[in-house]
Design a protein around this ligand. Structure first.
Ligand SMILES: *Cc1c(COP(=O)(O)O)cnc(C)c1O
Length: 422
């Protein structure tokens, strides 16, 4: 089946009521039926469905299976937010004393997680230049547990050379974890290029309507083979004290080691579970994701091309513009479109602020991926606390304006910008 079909049907078999809309199972817990079944469930002797919603819920399970199918992966795990998904994907493979090798162009929350919060837990983040993948190899040692990057970075809109990074990781038998939030599986499937794990903020394009916070982790097919007997990943290969010495790699219950362990250890013990109601909202959103991503991409390219013709605009960043630093990578990895995120530079802070105050269709919001278009001036908002030097390092000039192009008619968006620039 093709992606658009999977996004509508995968993972759901109609129940006795034959509901067309996936049911929302708002239930904290489930009846085991017998004492023996209850005991064996807690000892991981059988499936993890229908025990307690912190570690699994039937509505969440449909979202997990469907999202995994659309990504081309083998299994998924839904959690309470995109940051939760990123944190769990890392926590699943590290302990104090370990390090991770990460791109220098990442989402703001991810940067502070890696450089501050993980540091306090004794985990070191080593940054490489997103456009110099070879730098990552020099940072690897025997304590390195993953290479992490974004398929399209937010807010800097860079597209790295995935294959090079995956090749380096594979050579050292290290996992690659890719944040695929901005591209979504419709525009890019990193797992099919050989990435090991994909993480998502479902809060962005998945509903498309800015209604709910959520996150997903998806692992690729046959990832367990890379983890099994790999000395970098002892948690999967050594007896787990909290499950009576179970070795995850030998468990007969689940062959999908990465998501299984994240669920049974991390969700069990730290509990950032997704509400079944939010899972249902994401399922509704997935139904139209493929249509929407095509339109976001077409609209954004049209706006980017128009901005390039404007005298007041010094530079436009959009991966599918020939002038863009990511153009070659984008042609390869984003052949179906480059999503709705773009940015452009005007001369200075004052001109940028004036444009923000003059637009009418665009809302000034710290978010992306909504069906309604969004405008943002990084230097006065998300990056306000940074010094001039730090702004430069983050690739944020004083006149940088970021747009998340929505699903309005692109002629109306261009007319609105034309008025604001004029
Ligand atoms: C928004 C975002 C996140 C964080 O997701 P939340 O759902 O807000 O926690 C992570 N990565 C990227 C690329 C994002 O855009």
């Amino acid at each position: 089946m093709k992606q658009a079909t999977k996004a509508l049907h995968a993972g759901y078999t109609k129940d006795a009521q034959k509901t067309m809309s996936v049911p929302i199972y708002m239930s904290t817990a489930f009846d085991f039926g017998s004492a023996d079944f209850a005991a064996s469930s807690f000892n991981l002797e059988q499936g993890t469905d229908n025990v307690y919603t912190r570690v699994g819920n039937p509505t969440n399970a449909i979202l997990e299976r469907r999202f995994a199918e659309v990504e081309g992966g083998s299994a998924g795990l839904a959690v309470a937010s995109g940051m939760g998904a990123i944190f769990y994907s890392i926590l699943n493979v590290v302990e104090a004393g370990d390090n991770i090798v990460v791109s220098n162009q990442l989402y703001g929350g991810t940067v502070t997680l890696f450089s501050q919060t993980l540091k306090k837990l004794g985990i070191e983040s080593r940054f490489f230049d997103v456009h110099s993948p070879d730098e990552s190899e020099a940072l690897i040692d025997d304590k390195t547990r993953c290479i992490f990057f974004e398929s399209i970075s937010n807010p800097s809109i860079d597209v790295p050379n995935f294959e090079k990074l995956i090749e380096i990781a594979d050579k050292h038998q290290i996992l690659t974890i890719v944040d695929n939030t901005v591209a979504t599986p419709i525009l890019c499937q990193p797992l099919l290029f050989g990435a090991d794990v994909v993480v998502h903020s479902a809060s962005k394009y998945t509903t498309g309507q800015g209604t709910a916070i959520g996150g997903l982790i998806v692992e690729r097919k046959n990832l367990s083979q890379k983890i099994k007997d790999n000395p970098r990943y002892p948690y999967f290969n050594e007896p787990e004290v909290s499950y009576h010495g179970l070795v995850f790699a030998d468990s007969v219950v689940s062959p999908v080691l990465f998501t299984f362990r994240a669920r049974m250890i991390l969700l069990r013990d730290t509990g950032a579970v997704l509400s079944p109601f939010n899972a249902w909202l994401f399922i509704q959103g997935l139904e139209t994701l493929s249509l929407r991503m095509k339109q976001h991409s077409t609209n954004a390219l049209e706006v980017a091309q128009w901005l390039e013709t404007q005298e007041l605009v010094k530079k436009v960043n959009y991966p599918l513009l020939e002038s863009d630093k990511s153009y070659l990578n984008a042609q390869k990895y984003l052949s179906k479109g480059a999503s709705g995120l773009l940015s452009f530079e005007v001369e200075n802070f004052d001109i940028a602020k004036k444009i923000l105050d003059r637009v009418e269709l665009f809302s000034i919001v710290a978010n992306i991926g909504d069906s309604k278009s969004i405008i943002n001036h990084s230097a006065s908002t998300t990056h306000q606390q940074l010094s001039g030097e730090e702004l430069k390092k983050a690739g944020v000039s004083e006149g940088l304006i970021r747009l998340s192009i929505g699903l309005e008619d692109s002629e109306d968006l261009i007319a609105d910008l034309e008025k604001a620039l004029g």
